[in-house]
Design a protein around this ligand. Structure first.
Ligand code: BDR
Ligand code: CA
Length: 326
């Protein structure tokens, strides 16, 4: 059995990715820890509760974490436009007035440190948002990174292509210092689904139709949540605004979770040291791959380059056959 802690800034793709984890056999999700990103951390907490309710797994504890980056306030007031201001497309009007009582009192960073200390070398951490909680966990307990079994990250870039800035991917751009700390100090086996990897391995819009037309609660939930982002992608396509969702259906965070629950989803990868650029007018937050050993770093990470798309598609389809039996 794999023990997972999922750190998330729960937008629409995080929601899909969490459902992939919930549906996976031999996987136990110990906790969801929340971080700002696609929306405010309060909205993120509510989104995670909603996803767990859809999957009928409300017993999984949810913890509130960082409301902003390690330095400054960058990003906290600029939620991702295609996920709406609440992260789930601004389409769900039935807000739960009791949501705060359902969030555990312990801070997400403390919870992460505690859960990993209770299960040394057994917990795999999957990071789907800005890496602020992870960096703080390492500061709170320097032995934390060394006690992880594995770390999966959706974030960064491998060819200098950004989505929110010229060179930086959203999760890294929201907190470059946190991404830097994690990639310098987390020396556990680390696997990365970058922005370009996800975009290059997009699924078809026909598949998206099939995925969101299943007669289950989870499929209906994703259809509703994605209604706005589908319109956004069509608009991008018509204005030739490039890759965002236009190249096909890309559920970014699902690429990291899918690889975590089924290693066969990754067809090819490269191993090398990486570092995050913290300076620069154009390149702050960009991840750089060191293929020639110039950084003289001992630690290499695995950067995915090619996906087994059929296998990914199967996991996504199965993830929306929830709750079990629906
Ligand atoms: C990443 O940023 C967020 O918008 C998504 O949820 C994903 O984690 C993609 O760059
Ligand atoms: Ca995310």
């Amino acid at each position: 059995e794999k023990l997972l802690v999922i750190d998330t800034d729960c937008g629409i793709d995080d929601a899909q990715a969490i459902l992939v984890a919930l549906a996976a056999p031999h996987v136990r999700v110990l906790a969801a820890t929340c971080v700002f990103g696609n929306a405010s951390v309060d909205d993120v907490c509510q989104n995670v509760l909603r996803v767990l309710a859809v999957g009928q797994r409300e017993q999984i504890p949810v913890f509130r974490g960082s409301a902003g980056p390690l330095l400054g306030t960058a990003g906290t007031d600029t939620p991702c436009d295609h996920f709406g201001t609440d992260g789930l497309g601004d389409v769900f009007k039935d807000k739960d007035p009791q949501w705060e009582a359902k969030i555990r009192r312990e801070h997400a960073v403390s919870a992460m440190v505690r859960l990993v200390a209770e299960n040394p070398a057994q917990v795999t951490l999957v990071a789907l948002g800005p890496l602020t909680n992870l960096a703080l966990a390492a500061r709170l307990d320097p032995s934390f990174p060394g006690k992880l079994k594995k770390l999966y990250i959706m974030g960064g870039n491998m060819e200098g292509k950004g989505n929110v800035s010229l060179c930086a991917e959203f999760n890294f751009a929201m907190d470059p210092e946190a991404a830097y700390v994690v990639l310098e100090e987390f020396l556990c086996p680390t696997y990365m689904a970058t922005w370009e990897y996800a975009c290059r391995n997009a699924l078809s819009w026909d598949f998206f139709e099939e995925l969101t037309s299943q007669d289950t609660a989870a499929s209906r939930f994703m259809k509703t949540a994605t209604s706005r982002c589908w319109a956004y992608s069509q608009e991008a396509l018509s204005k030739k605004r490039g890759l965002h969702f236009g190249a096909g259906f890309v559920s970014f965070d699902s690429y990291a979770v899918a690889a975590c629950v089924d290693a066969g989803v990754v067809a090819e990868s490269v191993r090398c040291p990486v570092r995050v650029e913290l300076q620069g007018a154009m390149c702050r937050g960009m991840m750089v791959l060191d293929r020639v050993g110039r950084l003289k770093k001992q630690h290499s990470v695995t950067v995915f380059t090619k996906c087994n798309k059929d296998r990914l598609a199967r996991l996504l389809l199965e993830s929306l056959r929830q709750p079990p039996g629906s």
